[in-house]
Design a protein around this ligand. Structure first.
Ligand SMILES: [Zn+2]
Length: 308
């Protein structure tokens, strides 16, 4: 995991957005132009005669999917929780069906997530694991990293993502955690408080790629939504799906619990997008990836014409 020294101060900089008009009126649109740590970028490439689109952001491949109208290629790009604030290039390469290619670089700005601080008290054995437990933690971490590092080149998700359980958010994404007076890793998901036994549903369609009981996350489910996007569900009291199963959005996959390192019944909901740790709540506003984006562009263009 990359760690960087983070600028504490929020950087107010007017971001640079480039709506380039390429050969044959191909448009590359990246939204937003300024993204917080743990946020999501959408990339939209529209034009006639496009055969394929490849992209690179901060050394990670961008996985495009073709839209329903077959003229738009779209992708979601994750900006990790610990991405250093600053300007980053997004490199796009377009291959046309007639053999031509074009290359395009846009710049986006990553700003501090302005994450808060949280102090927690937990049993000592959960915070200061012994040697055997440390080995177990490492093994389990490697298992998950292998999953997140694998990209299924098919999009399983459909339309918008939904909250996996009803309840108040008791611990926000990105919090710097101080557990028993010792600084620990940032909170890489959101905690949703709910009574033990309440049904947890799949946030979107996907394939169950992991079920099991892990030291930190307790009873755990990981769903692969395709193209490098994974959602995970921690601390469950029960698991209602099997590894390898395809689940539809809204299907009950498990039950809220307090297994693993947890101080009470809640669901920890986490997301990985091409390895990056993403704020799950940002997924909820992507109502229809690849389609919603176009509306945004039209609004942007209108604003632009208005003399902004
Ligand atoms: Zn949590």
């Amino acid at each position: 995991m990359k760690t960087y020294l983070r600028a504490v101060v929020f950087i107010f900089i007017i971001a640079i957005i480039k709506d380039h008009v390429l050969a044959d009126e191909t448009e590359v649109y990246i939204h937003p132009d300024t993204v917080r740590q743990g946020g999501i970028l959408t990339v939209d490439v529209t034009g006639n005669g496009i055969g394929s689109v490849q992209g690179l952001f901060n050394g990670t491949y961008i996985n495009f999917f073709r839209d329903r109208d077959h003229t738009t290629f779209s992708a979601l790009v994750g900006v990790d929780l610990s991405a250093k604030p600053g300007e980053y290039p997004v490199d796009i390469r377009i291959e046309y069906t007639d053999g031509r290619t074009s290359e395009h670089t846009a710049r986006i700005r990553v700003v501090s997530g302005e994450f808060g601080l949280q102090r927690l008290k937990l049993p000592k054995r959960m915070v200061e694991p012994d040697k055997n437990t440390l080995e177990r933690i490492k093994r389990e971490r490697n298992t998950l990293m292998r999953i997140f590092g694998t990209t299924t080149m098919e999009r399983f998700w459909n339309g918008g993502f939904i909250m996996p359980v009803e309840g108040p958010i008791t611990s926000e994404f990105g919090l710097r955690r101080i557990i028993n007076n010792t600084p620990k890793a940032r909170h890489s998901g959101v905690d949703i408080a709910a009574p033990a036994g309440r049904g947890v549903i799949a946030s979107n369609r996907g394939k169950v790629v992991f079920t099991g009981e892990l030291f930190f996350s307790g009873k755990t489910i990981v769903i692969d939504h395709g193209l490098g996007l994974y959602t995970m569900y921690f601390h469950l009291s029960g698991i209602r799906v099997k590894k390898g199963e395809m689940v539809e959005k809204g299907r009950v996959i498990g039950l809220v619990g307090s297994t693993g390192r947890s101080s009470g019944p809640h669901l920890h909901w986490g997301v990985r997008l091409n390895m990056a740790r993403i704020n799950p709540l940002d997924l909820l506003t992507l109502s229809e990836p690849g389609i919603e984006i176009r509306t945004t562009r039209q609004e942007k263009n209108r604003k632009h014409l208005g003399g902004e």
